[in-house]
Write a protein that binds this ligand. Structure first.
Ligand SMILES: O=C(O)CCC(=O)C(=O)O
Length: 386
């Protein structure tokens, strides 16, 4: 039995023990004991089965969280549902599509950034061939055994899956992902025998960085012209920028499982390369709307830092991914981030947010997620209104 399984069984034991202590009658205590034994046995056997395959044991972790922590009062379970208070109406939308070579591209980007916070780009300078090679390597990477993805140092042990923070079934993401900082992408020790993955990741991340920087200059130019706003160039940093390689396995157990729980991005902007399966949704006028996949485009969305820098002119929009019961889905997100000491300041006379550094922002987000299972984000930095 490996260390990971022992730790998870102990975690399971602890949760059931707390639930046991909270219970009042003997009958409930017996039920808890049976529950404990059954969960431990099923969890252990699923783990053993799954460790030989490529699939992360999402189902056993999900059921474990659901059973073990559902007994606890909310304040003990460290659980706040991640679902937004929005009305859950879903329909498909076509995001603005912007041709980056068109003369009116800059105007369209600014407009989409303030009205939608999301848009798609074509003529973006990243060849179809590079995108296809990257996707092929991504599929190969995720087909490696689970043990190898999670325990062998592959991509600097940046592999994550399932629940990120909190012990709450509502915050569970049916997802596996590698989060790789740009400054680590060229590191040959990260790849083992996957040499072609390294070459393609380097080429892909360079192309994405170039595109992200050109988009940010378009958005910054506009702010400079409108005097007194966001004058400092952004010091983007390969240590903090990163690629997130996502795989969303098909989810047979429920049709309302989320592949990724609702969130905004804690960066300047994000560029997303997704496949044809679909599942990305964004919050628009308090409704979840589904983004129609379009393989000819890359999706761009504004992050929290750009919303603060532009004093709320550009919008960092909450988004999520819904899991698919039959199909797996792949995506890659490039996150443009400044150095940790960069000061995020709109330079406005009446700023919506107080000045803060990116390091401060990131630390606060991590604290909130650890404490409650949920990010608070920009509202924490809002200047108090009299
Ligand atoms: O896979 C997607 O469509 C969205 C990915 C995303 O939001 C993320 O990785 O933060």
């Amino acid at each position: 039995m490996n260390l990971r399984i022992i730790i998870k069984l102990m975690d399971n034991l602890a949760a059931n023990y707390i639930a046991f202590c909270y219970s009042s009658s003997n009958q409930i205590k017996v039920a808890f004991l049976l529950e404990l034994i059954l969960t431990a046995v099923s969890y252990y056997s699923l783990e053993m089965l799954d460790s030989a395959s490529a699939e992360p044991p999402l189902e056993s972790q999900y059921l474990h969280i659901k059973h073990s922590y559902s007994f606890l009062p909310t304040d003990q379970s460290n659980c706040q549902a991640a679902s937004s208070p929005a009305v859950e109406v879903e329909f498909e939308v076509q995001l603005p599509v912007i041709d980056l070579e068109a003369p009116e591209a800059a105007i369209a980007i600014r407009e989409a950034s303030s009205k939608w916070g999301f848009f798609q780009v074509v003529s973006h300078g990243i060849s179809g061939d590079l995108l296809q090679r990257m996707r092929k390597e991504q599929v190969k990477l995720f087909s490696k055994p689970f043990e190898k993805k999670s325990n062998s140092g592959l991509l600097g042990n940046s592999y994550r899956w399932g629940s990120i923070g909190g012990h709450c079934a509502a915050n569970f993401s049916w997802n596996e992902a590698f989060h790789v900082p740009l400054n680590e992408i060229s590191n040959p020790t990260f790849y083992g025998e996957m040499i072609t993955l390294r070459e393609v990741m380097m080429e892909f991340s360079m192309a994405m960085s170039k595109l992200a920087r050109s988009l940010i200059e378009i958005l910054r130019d506009d702010q400079i012209q409108d005097s007194n706003q966001w004058p400092t160039p952004l010091n983007c940093d390969d240590k903090t920028c990163f690629l997130r390689l996502n795989r969303y396995p098909s989810c047979p157990i429920s049709d309302d499982m989320l592949g990724l729980v609702p969130h905004t991005d804690s960066d300047i902007l994000t560029i997303l390369y997704q496949d044809e399966v679909g599942g990305l949704q964004l919050l628009r006028d308090s409704k979840w709307v589904t983004v129609r996949p379009n393989l000819d485009t890359l999706i761009v969305n504004i992050g929290d830092l750009l919303q603060a820098l532009s004093n709320d002119r550009y919008k960092s929009i909450e988004h999520r991914v819904v899991a698919n019961q039959e199909l797996e889905r792949y995506s890659i997100a490039y996150f443009l981030c400044p150095s940790l000491d960069s000061v995020i300041s709109s330079g406005r006379q009446a700023p919506v947010y107080r000045d803060f550094t990116f390091g401060e922002y990131r630390a606060q987000v991590r604290r909130d997620v650890n404490m409650t299972g949920q990010k608070v984000g920009l509202p924490r930095f809002r200047v108090a209104q009299d």
